[in-house]
Design a protein around this ligand. Structure first.
Ligand code: ACO
Length: 429
């Protein structure tokens, strides 16, 4: 394999080094390009730009492969659980029994929020979007845990990670309670991570909520499937903010904001909105597919397509199976939204527009249907995505921090505005 690339521009030739990853991905290293040639690369949306080297997650979008630290997502979804996967992503190896126990104990120990933080919730209107609350409250955590904002050892980072992973769940549940006008439920130290989240969301002072093992496992798997996805928009945001030297909590809070958008984590909400509109309007499936193909219609098939996957998203495949298990468990024979989703998928996968562009269902296509069946309202979907993605964000923050790379992320641009011109006085404008 060639170890360098040649670039010819303006009659000059430049030799660029090539970096090859452990899965034979090739990157042309242009770090010295501008200094040598005065040229930069132009790649809006960064579809062809590697922003870093990373050893956390591998995706082969053409083959539909996703691996965390080398382990296939299918195996993790089947044999592992969210907390073990969080440990794997952040520390690089699966925990042994003692490590697993110590991490779990830390999660239990740090589940509570500082009592003063509870007052922050009162400052938000009841209609506030829980993603706005989540990002604000994660940032607010840095005011209460300033000793952990810039962890300077693996030990402090472990405590800071445990605090974040545990407290994000409490913040999410409290914002849900606020939205419902119900009293906050404190974390129960005897419960496991997901069971505790569901307890804090759904238990009432007079009525304890205990989800069945199938439901708890389904939600645990949803979190596992969302735990990392290499340099997606929110993770790149976390890394970019961190590159300025910003603390762990602020970097993660920025990731939450980035995830909120409908083209990223907000797509799980958009899928349900779309399915409800189709159902309520009695819209014809083939007409919807036609509309999605027409760029002027302003309608896209939400939950379809992916920047990296040009094949079936392996996470969507797993979720499709979980969907059936959850519906069986809840004894839901018929769900109009699930029916529409299945028909849409079938119609799109047979359509040449979607085939030619390699557009397949992504992770958001079925996750919303499962969450809705469990009783989670649409505006909480992206919050659950954020809880799932948190270990990935922390792992990337740690990787950047340990790399010792102190260069701030600062892309360049090709300027297309006015060339130099004089200031026009007010009376001449
Ligand atoms: N419905 C209809 N057409 C689509 C869709 C869709 N969902 N997605 C892509 N296309 C078309 C585009 O119009 C474009 O067509 P063209 O080549 O004729 O111009 C082609 O497919 C390529 O699409 P891009 O927008 O260039 O693909 P990109 O990689 O930029 O975007 C994205 C990926 C944002 C996910 C896009 O597919 C989309 O908007 N999907 C719907 C939103 C969604 O489900 N987002 C969740 C992504 S997964 C995640 O973040 C967890």
């Amino acid at each position: 394999m060639s170890e360098e690339a040649l670039l010819k521009i303006n009659g000059h030739e430049y030799t660029l080094p090539v970096t090859v990853g452990s899965e034979d991905e090739i990157g042309i290293d242009i770090q010295k390009l501008r200094a040598q040639s005065k040229c930069i690369t132009l790649d809006p949306g960064y579809g062809n730009t590697g922003s870093c080297e990373s050893a956390i997650t591998f995706i082969d979008g053409e083959k539909g492969i996703l691996r965390y630290r080398g382990i296939p997502i299918e195996e993790l979804a089947l044999k592992s659980n969210f907390i073990e996967v969080a440990y794997l992503l952040i520390w690089g190896e699966l925990p042994n029994k003692a490590e697993r126990e110590s991490f779990s104990n830390q999660l239990t120990e740090h589940a509570l929020l500082h009592e003063n933080l509870k007052h922050h919730f009162e400052g938000f209107p009841g209609s506030a979007h829980p993603m706005a609350i989540l990002s604000a409250m994660i940032n607010a955590l840095s005011c209460y845990h300033d000793d952990f904002t810039c962890p300077n050892s693996e030990e402090t980072l472990e405590t800071a990670s445990a605090k974040l992973i545990s407290k994000i769940r409490t913040i999410a549940a409290f914002s849900f309670k606020m939205f419902r006008g119900e009293p906050f439920r404190y974390p129960d130290p005897k419960r496991q991570y997901v069971s505790n989240l569901l307890h804090m969301m759904f238990s009432l002072p007079h009525k304890r909520y205990d989800a069945s093992p199938v439901i708890t496992r389904a939600l645990d798997t949803i979190l596992t499937l969302h735990a990392d996805h290499e340099q997606n928009c929110s993770t790149s945001t976390v890394r970019m903010v961190a590159s300025s030297g910003a603390n762990l909590f602020s970097s993660i809070s920025s990731g939450v904001c980035s995830l909120w958008g409908p083209l990223h984590g907000g797509a799980n909400m958009a899928v349900i909105d779309m399915l409800e509109k189709i159902h309520q309007g009695g819209l014809d499936i083939s007409k919807c597919v036609e509309m999605a193909k027409n760029k002027d219609s302003g309608f896209r098939l939400m939950g379809f397509g992916h920047r990296v996957y040009k094949n079936y998203d392996p996470r969507a495949k797993i979720l499709k199976g979980i969907c059936d298990e959850v519906f069986d468990e809840l004894k839901i024979d018929q769900d109009p939204l699930l029916d529409i989703a299945r028909k849409l998928e079938e119609a799109a996968l047979e359509d040449s527009y979607f085939k030619d562009r390699n557009l397949y269902p992504n992770v958001d296509f079925y996750s919303g249907i499962i969450l809705r069946a469990i009783g989670i309202p649409t505006n909480m979907f992206t919050v659950l995505f954020a809880i799932g993605r948190l270990p990935g964000w922390i792992a990337h923050w740690r990787e950047l921090y340990l790399s010792g790379d102190k260069r701030i992320s600062r892309p360049r641009q090709i300027y297309t505005g006015h060339t130099e011109r004089s200031y026009t006085p007010m009376e001449e404008r």
